[in-house]
Write a protein that binds this ligand. Structure first.
Ligand code: NAP
Length: 254
């Protein structure tokens, strides 16, 4: 897809994989909206790429609708939407302080799963009204971010794994349903990627985690995530699938 001057949206674009993806899209000529609940972080990314910083909570319908309206007013509806916003708090189902906090469980599902669906449904509705871009009738592509924790959740990841499992399960029905509009839906399931989410952990924990990656035995780079997103945008046959980006890691129970 030629992205020159096409509008694109990246959620969680203030940090980590979202920020690098926003820069990749700008490098390919897109007009990039950087959405994050941390508006200062969104502004920082947006300033580097002549982008549009948007403060929004992906789990809130009005908040995302208002953000999307700003993009539509400025550039038109996004042709590419990449969901990177997410949180990963750890908590045991039965911990020292009793059962898992239910509000925390609901918050993780709300941001990671409901938030991803919220962005998908609103972007799809706008994209469906656009003219097709190619002979095949393509109108755009929506790319979600799950995690290998959707498949091998570790102890303490009940909420996170449940939320990412939902994102995995959403991919095929969404792609099937949106195919009549020429909108593709794909999901990337990263393993261990060197972003603030992991790099804020103590060094020994980081080294132990990295050594569990069979090859290459290191954290993935956010640029490798952005490269895959870039390929998904270009390869029209990729649809309704989840791609692991993980150096063959299969997470142990803990
Ligand atoms: P990150 O650096 O923490 O960036 C995530 C961004 O999303 C942050 O700026 C965060 O703001 C924002 N955000 C959180 N909740 C939001 C909400 N409700 N509305 C809008 N923005 C929100 O994370 P990352 O490592 O790049 O991760 C990106 C995605 O990949 C996440 O979905 C994560 O679960 C997934 N993932 C990461 C890894 C990894 O190893 N890093 C592995 C597998 C999957 P705050 O800073 O305010 O929270």
């Amino acid at each position: 897809m030629n992205l020159e001057n096409l509008p694109a949206l990246v959620t969680g674009g203030g940090s980590g994989m979202g920020a690098v993806t926003a820069r990749m899209l700008f490098g390919r000529g897109a007009r990039v909206a950087v959405l994050d609940r941390d508006v200062d972080a969104a502004r920082k990314t947006a300033q580097q790429i002549d982008g549009l910083a948007l403060e929004a909570d992906v789990s809130n319908a009005q908040s995302v609708e208002a953000a999307l309206q700003q993009i539509v007013d400025k550039w038109g509806a996004p042709r590419v939407a990449v969901s990177c916003a997410g949180i990963a708090p750890a908590s045991r189902i039965v911990g020292r302080e009793g059962p898992h906090d239910l509000d925390l469980f609901q918050q993780v599902i709300n941001i990671n799963l409901v938030g991803t669906f919220n962005v998908l449904r609103m972007c799809a509705a706008r994209m469906a009204e656009l003219e097709p871009l190619s002979e095949s009738g393509s109108r755009g592509v929506i790319i979600n971010t799950a995690s290998v924790a959707a498949y091998e959740g570790q102890i303490g990841q009940a909420a996170y794994s449940s939320s990412k499992g939902g994102v995995v399960a959403l991919t095929l029905p969404a792609a099937r349903e949106l195919s009549r509009f020429g909108i593709r839906v794909m999901t990337v399931a990263p393993g261990l990627i060197g972003t603030p989410m992991l790099l804020n952990m103590p060094n020994d924990v980081q080294n132990s985690l990295a050594s569990q990656v069979p090859f290459p035995s290191r954290f993935g780079k956010p640029e490798e995530f952005a490269d895959l997103v870039s390929h998904i945008i270009d390869n029209e046959m990729l649809n309704g699938e989840v791609i692991r980006l993980d150096g063959a890691i299969r997470l142990a129970p803990k």
